[in-house]
Design a protein around this ligand. Structure first.
Ligand code: SF4
Length: 361
């Protein structure tokens, strides 16, 4: 696993953002911190906030990374890795839903770092897509919209992909969301069933389905780009064909639909036996949903579906979707000829399950 948080010693007293530079000639912004010394213990950089020492790393691997340095905790987070296309900002850990399979269980407290995240976005490499996640980012809708507007104005090359439960969009947001900067935002929104009661039960919030429909109306009026997301669990896998009908009729305005296999972390870690729906032995509802969506011209993808667990005719819909920093392959994958096209597994997925499940191609 690629470490996203590093032990750090800093002369600063307050959190700050810095971009690391190994070659002084590439330091063009006052937020650039330049390498001064490197040894077997780590690398030290000098910048506006004094000396920063990162332990146990090679400086070359950090070239161009945008870091959030937190002197109080002795850590530095690699917010935007220069060589990666998987960069996500966790803007809050608060959430107003409690999904039964949540991979990032919420916390009650919020630490406001929007200003630091905005600085980080402005230092990003050109043409990057920045993910924003939580918790629920739209609990801080004004801060979020403000960040998008200011960064989008100065850096029209940057796009955002924002995960949201879409419980907080209002009619009064339409004009703001119609601005050009929001054309470069894609909203990833979960919908788990065509049945309101089942969706509400899965997200742990009465009325969530109906509130979501109101938000869809707002987003439709605003011309927002939407990626619909459905995580498969035992409770909703048989709903997929009916959900596909809903997607192809009342939700025709969505850009794409992602059907996602469960991640064994967060709440799903201890509830795996009661949640995991094995699509390899029961692909029929997934196939029916895919067929219907494709027939009606919807873009549909299978995320976190190892290629060999998917029938051959649907494998083209299952990209290498797991982010590089948390992806691994099982020992049994060693002989597979299609590893480069496969999502593999999350780093925390048990090898015993993976080895027993897969059939190398
Ligand atoms: S054997 Fe491993 S690499 Fe090959 S398709 Fe299956 S999960 Fe992917």
């Amino acid at each position: 696993m690629i470490p996203l948080s590093l032990p750090a010693v800093s002369e600063a007293t307050m959190p700050y953002v810095a971009r690391l530079r190994v070659d002084p000639a590439t330091a063009i912004d006052e937020a650039d911190a330049v390498l001064v010394v490197e040894d077997e213990e780590g690398a030290s950089f000098s910048g506006l906030h004094g000396l920063l020492t990162l332990e146990g790393v090679c400086a070359d691997a950090l070239e161009g990374d945008v870091m959030l340095v937190q002197p109080d905790t002795g850590r530095a987070d690699r917010l935007l890795r220069h060589g990666s296309s998987h960069n996500t900002l966790l803007v809050t850990e608060r959430c107003d839903q409690l999904c039964v399979m949540c991979s990032q269980p919420p916390r009650k407290t919020h630490v406001d770092r929007f200003a630091l995240f905005e600085q980080a976005c402005l230092l990003a490499r050109p043409n990057i897509v920045i993910g924003i996640t939580g918790g629920e980012p739209t609990l801080y809708k004004d801060d979020l919209f403000g960040l998008i507007e200011r960064v989008g104005t100065v850096r029209p090359d940057i796009e955002f992909h924002i995960l949201t439960n879409a419980q907080h969009f209002e009619a009064s947001d339409v004009d703001r969301l119609r601005q050009d900067v929001f054309r470069r935002v894609s909203w990833g929104i979960p919908l788990y069933s065509h049945e309101p009661a089942r969706h509400d039960e899965i997200v742990g919030k009465t009325g969530a389905f109906d509130r979501l429909q109101r938000s869809f109306h707002v987003l439709l009026l605003a011309g927002a780009r939407i990626e619909l997301r459905t995580v498969l669990i035992q409770d909703n896998i048989d709903d997929l064909p009916r959900l596909a009908r809903l997607v192809a009729s009342r939700l025709r305005f969505i850009e794409s639909w992602s059907i996602m296999q469960l991640e064994k972390t967060g709440f799903a870690r201890n509830r795996w036996a009661g949640l995991f729906a094995d699509h390899k032995v029961g692909f029929e509802p997934v196939a029916a949903a895919l067929d219907y969506a494709l027939l009606h011209g919807k873009a549909v993808h299978l995320f976190n579906f190892p290629r060999c667990t998917v029938p051959a005719q649907y494998r083209a819909l299952a990209p290498a979707s797991i982010s590089d920093w948390k992806r691994k392959f099982a020992p049994a994958c060693a002989t597979c000829r299609e590893q480069d096209q496969c999502c593999g597994f999350f780093e925390w997925h048990p090898d015993e399950h993976a080895n027993a499940w897969i059939s190398p191609l």
